[in-house]
Design a protein around this ligand. Structure first.
Ligand code: ZN
Length: 295
């Protein structure tokens, strides 16, 4: 009897966590692969990421995906690592969209301006539309201490940074970054377009923004305020904080996916299916499975 009850519970949970319709959008999410041919440091097993990414891409290739997104930090520290890890991403049958993390720019000074072309990115922030969804990929390193800045960005960065110090915020680690006012204006226009086109929006950026924390984007509060102001924004996907996390604010789901580089052998990635009423996150490895209602 007890066994039967357990089987019934398993059946219920399968139904609850599996989307029913098959005309949905399905995407693969992976983050913080952070590859390097380096010795492990604490929980970070840089060198094992290529094998873990292969298992992730094998799984993604066995599914029908519209695209795959990597949420930043494909490498850990040196430019040559791109030549090792990018071919593993290229095994994906579905197109791969890259979000820029802070570690992409943790490379020798002379290579910093070549990062975008190496990753085959025409722009550092961009958007794509599929069916009734729009996906916006932000560059959280727009204002940065690691990326070369022109005088306008430098002034913006320094005044934002000074404000964080003045107000006692702890997200002042110089590996963090921020959005320029130019990118905010672009984002606002993108959201206005989405409203006019009646599209639902998912925003992706490397850095978490909500709840505020020490690893947050420099302008976390401003970005959260803008996104929660738009009914069309349904979720915000990020990486950077490897243990991951989740929060809900004003109808927006903030999902921090777990970093792949942590642990010697267990990968972490997710298949995300978007239905008319839910976001199904099917976690693999260490990633958590969630069904999130679309508000
Ligand atoms: Zn990061």
């Amino acid at each position: 009897m007890k066994k039967l009850f357990l089987v019934f519970l398993l059946f219920l949970s399968c139904c609850y966590f599996q989307p029913k319709e098959n005309s949905n959008l399905t995407i693969g999410i992976v983050t913080d692969v952070q590859y390097c041919a380096c010795e492990p440091n604490d929980v970070r097993y840089y060198n094992n990421s290529a094998v873990k990414l292969d298992s992730c891409i094998n799984y993604f290739n066995s599914q029908k995906l519209d695209f795959v997104a990597h949420l930043g930090d494909a490498i850990d520290r040196d430019f040559n690592s791109f030549d090792v890890i990018l071919p593993h991403f290229r095994r994906s049958k579905a197109p791969v969209y890259f979000v820029l993390g802070n570690h992409e720019f943790n490379v020798q000074e002379e290579f910093k301006t070549s990062v975008l072309s190496k990753m085959n990115l025409k722009n550092d922030y961009y958007s794509i539309s599929k069916d009734d969804w729009k996906f916006i990929f932000l560059n959280g390193n727009d204002l940065s201490f690691r990326v070369p800045q022109d005088s306008i960005k430098k002034a913006e960065r320094d005044s934002l940074y000074a404000k964080l110090i003045r107000t006692g915020r702890c997200n002042t680690g110089k590996a963090n970054g921020g959005l320029s006012s130019k990118q905010f204006t672009w984002l606002k226009n993108q959201l206005e377009d989405a409203v006019r086109a009646n599209k639902k929006v998912i925003v992706m950026c490397h850095f978490p923004i909500y709840p505020v924390a020490c690893h947050s984007l420099f302008n976390d509060e401003e970005l959260t305020a803008m996104l929660t102001d738009y009914k069309c924004v349904k979720a915000y996907f990020c990486g950077h904080n490897h243990p991951g996390g989740y929060a809900l604010k004003d109808g927006v789901h903030f999902i921090n996916f777990k970093g792949m580089v942590d642990t010697p052998d267990s990968a972490s990635f997710a298949k995300v299916t978007l239905t008319s009423d839910s976001i199904f996150v099917i976690g693999r490895g260490r990633e958590i499975t969630r069904r999130l209602k679309i508000f």
